[in-house]
Write a protein that binds this ligand. Sequence first.
Ligand code: ADP
Ligand code: MG
Ligand code: ZN
Length: 472
Amino acid sequence: MREDYDVVIGLEVHAELNTNTKVFCSCPNHFGSDTNTNCCPVCIGLPGALPILNKRAVELTIKAGLCMGCRINDIAVFERKNYFYPDLSKAYQISQLERPICIGGGVQLDSGKFIRLNRIHLEEDAGKLIHKNASIGTLIDYNRGGVPLIEMVSEPDITSADEAVEYLNKLRNNLVYAGIAECKMEQGGMRCDVNLSVKKKGSNELGTRTEMKNLNSFRSVQRAIEYETMRQIELVEAGGVVRQETRKWDDEKGESFSMRSKESANDYRYFPDPDLLSVKIERDLVEKLKAELPKLPMERRKIYLEEYSLPEYDVDILLSQKEISDFFDEALTYYNEPKTLANWIMTEVLKYVKTEEEFKMPLKAKELTEVLKMYDQKALSQANAKSLIEKLINEGGDAKELAKKYNLINDISDDAVEEALKQIIEANPKAREDYKVNPDKISTFFVGQVMRATKGKANPDKVKELLNKYLN
Ligand code: ADP
Ligand code: MG
Ligand code: ZN
């Protein structure tokens, strides 16, 4: 039954922009302030208050368009989308319909498939309703009202939950890497509406779609798509018809339910906002913003895989945070061994990152490469190289100085290592006997003892060689 149908999905993704202030007033754009403290007559819609467009918000929207390969319109227009809801005290949202800032573009998936974007436009966010118990009722926090929001609308090119999640990830990574939006889904910084329809396999005619709202994690997007696909297929199979409607996803129940029949653009009576001039976007500005963009994840991925020949697994970890990728790229300028560097970062650096805090690399890229150079020159044993990294992370400062301070530099002679080993063999007659039966296990014991006696300065391979000489 499931195999007889194609799924068709289009996503509308909202992301809050990384500006200091709101989009039409100078109130702070800040999550987590006391309720109703980041508000003024403009963003709560008092009569006579006039909006003033935040230039930075326009610039970040243009940048988002450039990241996704959109065309940037010469003239952009703000329009009023009229509707009443308690979180929108003006009874209209300033948005864009006919002339958004960005047109077209899209995102390429790893399979090579291209998901087209229809547009990216700039609008204002609404306030937030806080539903309390029956005696208190619902409270309203207008702090979020007027926060700049971009809406990225895809064409209905997505055909599975996995594609939807990959598309969302790529969209988000671009925005985060370029400093456009933080996309913290748990704070509502990125939200997604899923439009979904089903059709008989191979048919060219699209089915009627439903729109699911309230999806605030990738997991709920995935689950909601799977649920809605089956609901529609079962409905159609039972002889029913899908109604065009807006549905609300309930993450706890794992079900969606109907909220209202779907409204169309006409219902909102969009018209150009008479309080705002249309915006002329100069090509010079677009070029300047383009030059400011960092290398995007897709491009880095290609370099890591093809130029540096890193395995997919490493590449995914390095790209999982911009901070890791930037650190890696910087370190490579001092130490041009991509695979070695990736290994040390993955095993010896990332384990110190505290995941519960804001992501930050725990030491300077340059200092890590100093450690690796000392290790390569055999000035540090592997154990001491690891310990030096830990000390750099705890204390900061300079790799060479810390190595001296903690006496980690390999200044031990071969004779001294041999002497230490001889003494340990003497002192452990039982281990000496066991070695004959189980050389691998017991050699680990001897190497450990020698490392301890030499404060980690001996070379373990050298110790194994000597063990062979004395015990075989
Ligand atoms: P609206 O403004 O009413 O939400 P849009 O035309 O902007 O309508 O489309 C919203 C989203 O729905 C887009 O992402 C689009 O790709 C998607 N979409 C349109 N038709 C279908 C369909 N038949 N099945 C699935 N998604 C669709
Ligand atoms: Mg819509
Ligand atoms: Zn304000």
